[in-house]
Design a protein around this ligand. Structure first.
Ligand code: UDP
Ligand code: MG
Length: 262
């Protein structure tokens, strides 16, 4: 904690503190962390999130939505609740693996923030970018801010060629067919206004990998504004990806459905 050098009882410093307090109270960021077998990653990601928010002075809470991981992720989350406080870390588990889309819906129901940040819990998304998301949101008063691997200083590290081609291909095809004008459609490191995320979740029909892309396409249809922040994406640190081979087929199906219906 930084030490305060303010002169005690000085009216000026009290005013400054009050002003700062008001600014902090105005926005609250709820981070949704869906987890499935992320026992090793969770303490690290939470530590980095807390550090980032404490340093930037933004008000926050971290909601862990665990889908009954057999590896003991929930016990780790309970420990973290004790360490950081149950107002900062909130474990909101579900009985079994019910999928990412419904995990977000479940998380939003417990969120008290007016902004929602979604990210993976596997350390692919570094919390150090969050202050930039927040800055970008304020700069343009955006409804959505997307992390992008495909613009500016953004990039991908640790993926093999096949994984890179799949991601690039998905973005390229979508850009041609639907022209959403956002450079990273399949990423899942984003900031949403809470009510905007709620609305988009209601509209989205797809499940799986294609879901993140549909969110942006729907956001465009509904005339929500979207900002972008370059991020470097690093392949997960521990554990296994849940993205299977048949996701490619369902992505193409979902893309064509959107192309035909929007
Ligand atoms: N995840 C989840 N439930 C699922 C699948 C994934 O909670 O059914 C979580 C997972 O623990 C991770 C994030 O969602 O935090 C993204 O999953 P993953 O990293 O496996 O996908 P990838 O990044 O490889 O596409
Ligand atoms: Mg991942």
């Amino acid at each position: 904690m930084a030490s305060h050098s303010d002169i005690p009882n000085s009216a000026g410093s009290q005013r400054r503190r009050a002003k700062k307090g008001q600014a902090e109270a105005a926005e609250k960021y709820s981070v949704l962390l869906p987890t499935y077998n992320e026992r090793e990653n969770l303490p690290l990601i939470v530590w980095l999130l807390v550090k980032s928010f404490e340093e930037s002075g933004n008000n926050y809470e971290i909601i862990v939505i665990d889908d009954g991981s057999p590896d003991g992720t929930q016990e780790v989350a309970q420990q973290l609740e004790k360490i950081y406080g149950s107002d900062k870390i909130l474990l909101r588990p579900r009985a079994k693996k019910l999928g990412l889309g419904t995990a977000y819906i479940h998380g939003i129901q417990h969120a008290t923030g007016n902004f929602i940040i979604i990210m993976d819990a596997d350390l692919s998304h570094h919390p150090k970018f969050i202050p930039e998301f927040i800055r970008k949101q304020k700069e343009g008063n955006f409804d959505v801010v997307c992390g992008t691997r495909y613009r500016g200083n953004g990039g991908v590290y640790g993926w093999d060629l096949k994984r890179k081609i799949v991601s690039r291909g998905a973005n390229f095809l979508t850009q041609i067919l639907l022209r959403p004008g956002v450079s990273d459609l399949t990423g899942s490191f984003r900031l949403y206004r809470k009510e905007v995320l709620q609305k988009l979740m209601e509209k989205c029909i797809s499940k799986g990998y294609v879901f993140q892309m549909e969110m942006i396409v729907r956001a465009r249809q509904l005339n929500f504004t979207i900002g972008e922040v370059p991020i470097s994406f690093v392949d997960r640190v521990y554990g296994e990806s849940k993205l299977g081979g048949n996701e490619i087929v369902s992505f193409l199906k979902g893309l064509l459905t959107l192309f035909a219906t929007t």
